[in-house]
Design a protein around this ligand. Structure first.
Ligand code: AHR
Length: 502
């Protein structure tokens, strides 16, 4: 048994947690929409063709925003194709599939209402520009009496959709993107689009594209230039990052949250440098609107393309997540909480079938992948205030990082006075005794210890064995006044809930 210590004080706060850090993402890609959220004819389908079994699993997650309709898809998408009675079939050059446009803006907004979430709508700044950006805001948010608002009404929706959060394109720094731009070109287009969108509806918030990964050669310079162009008209800058473990190096893989933390801190520094340069009073915050593990499906996707280019709803990016993926996702959520003062939006990419916590079979069941659980727990209990947890843990070195804490942990303070500790034990073999000093929270007791553990890092959930990796009650611990000691099993995700004594 090893030892680690966490010190918490009611007065030491990182900041209020914006619930939107528990956002997710549905792209017109693979079986996310068709065969995922939407499958008319499925035994659980409702009158609009939405799968009720999927809605149930989504609702449990309490997802505040869902980014839509892309992703790379959006950079060639014409929003007009997705509304009204005429829905043209289009070749989607992002994923080399055929888009039928059966599900569009109205249907997705209806689905959001059913799922208890809100759309975060991304616009096409790849093949299109400020004019269409203006038009879609008019269509979605203007009450009536103009060409596009009246078109919405004619299409059956009297009240505006009131979409609050908009993404100004997607990954415009990437050469794979339709309409790829230089930072200066994108910054100018984003600025002009932002101005016009906000002139139509001044209440909206806008996310400009940051780098598609911290590994892009243009990372840093891209953010500086883009922000230089559009600082005063946007509200957030985006970050995207995916990790994989192709070499089977579990300690190195579990350390990747350190990279995510560096990425966030660097982007914060750049935002503040531009603020200083511009003598601005405004602070730009971060939207980490694509994050996850993504690598399991890469080889399979190449085979699918060799077989079936231009197919509809191909089973692309269907990563089957194992237990160690859930641990990294847990650490990535901890990283988001630690940076809650500046990360205001984050989207687990994605939600259903495509690199997703929820999987479905056509005509069959749906089930939660391993990564569903840390996401569920953080979304359910990680609300309120992010506390500045001081963690003292033994460390290890791996290929890319030195001094990786074996205990990766943070804590939140809920509105009901409860304190929740989120903790990943990265040690492959050793259990820990985690001492938690709780200062100024009043009389607390250990209400619950939720544990996710499996002896095999490669264990997965399937339709036939949906609970192979599922949370159980953890070993808990003792609390005496302001000092608690909790047992943290080797290689595990833990949620320890300290609740006020009644
Ligand atoms: O989420 C899958 C893809 O990853 C998105 O379409 C794109 O933005 C990113 O490269």
């Amino acid at each position: 048994m090893k030892n680690a210590r966490m010190t918490l004080d009611r007065a030491y706060k990182i900041g209020k947690i914006d619930p939107r850090i528990y956002g997710s993402f549905i792209e017109h890609l693979g079986r996310a929409v068709y065969g995922g959220i939407y499958e008319p004819g499925h035994p659980t389908a409702d009158g609009q063709g939405f799968r009720r079994d999927v809605l149930d699993l989504v609702r449990r997650l309490n997802v505040p925003v869902v980014r839509y309709p892309g992703g790379n898809f959006v950079s060639g998408f014409n929003w007009e194709d997705s509304v009204g009675p005429d829905r043209p079939k289009r070749l989607d050059l992002a994923w080399f599939t055929t888009e039928t446009n059966e599900v569009g803006l109205h249907e997705f907004c209806d689905w959001c209402e059913k799922a208890g979430t809100s759309p975060m709508y991304s616009i096409n700044l790849g093949t299109r520009g400020p004019e269409q950006a203006r038009d879609i805001v008019e269509y979605a948010n203007h009450p009536s009496g103009s060409r596009f608002s009246d078109m919405r009404i004619a299409n059956g929706r009297k009240e505006p959709f009131g979409i609050h959060l908009w993404c100004l394109g997607n990954e415009m720094d990437g050469p794979w993107q339709m309409g790829h731009k230089t930072a200066r070109e994108y910054g100018r287009t984003a600025n002009e689009s932002a101005k016009m969108m906000k002139w139509v509806d001044p209440s909206i918030e806008l996310v400009a594209c940051g780098s598609s990964s911290s590994e892009m050669p243009t990372f840093g310079d891209w953010e500086l230039t883009v922000l230089d162009e559009c600082y005063e008209n946007i509200d957030y800058i985006s970050l995207h990052r995916y990790y994989g473990n192709p070499t089977g190096d579990t300690p190195g893989f579990l350390a990747r949250a350190m990279d995510m933390d560096d990425f966030i801190r660097t982007v914060v520094s750049i935002c503040d440098a531009v603020k200083g340069k511009k003598h601005s009073k405004k602070t730009i915050n971060l939207s980490f609107d694509e994050w996850n593990v993504w690598y399991h499906s890469n080889a399979q996707d190449q085979k699918i393309y060799r077989r079936d280019r231009w197919g509809r709803a191909l089973p692309l990016l269907e990563d089957v997540y194992n237990f160690e993926d859930a641990l990294l996702v847990g650490s990535m959520l901890i990283t988001l909480l630690r940076n809650a003062d500046r990360v205001k939006i984050a989207c687990l990419a994605q939600l259903v079938n495509v690199i997703a916590p929820i999987m479905t079979r056509a005509g069959g069941g749906c089930w939660a992948q391993t990564i569903y659980y840390p996401y569920l727990h953080a979304s359910r209990y990680g609300r309120g205030i992010s506390l500045n947890a001081v963690v003292d843990s033994p460390v290890y070195d791996c290929r890319d990082y030195e001094g990786v804490p074996l205990i990766d942990a943070t804590a939140t303070l809920g509105g009901d006075g409860s304190v929740t500790v989120f903790c990943v034990n990265r040690d492959l073999r050793e259990n820990f005794a985690l001492e938690v000093d709780l200062h100024g929270f009043g009389n607390l007791r250990i209400g619950e210890h939720i544990l996710l553990h499996h002896d095999d890092v490669h264990a997965v959930n399937t339709e036939d064995a949906p609970n192979a990796v599922a949370p159980v009650a953890g070993p808990g611990g003792e609390i005496d006044g302001e000092k608690a000691t909790v047992r943290i099993p080797a290689l595990s995700w833990n949620v320890i809930r300290f609740v006020p004594q009644r």
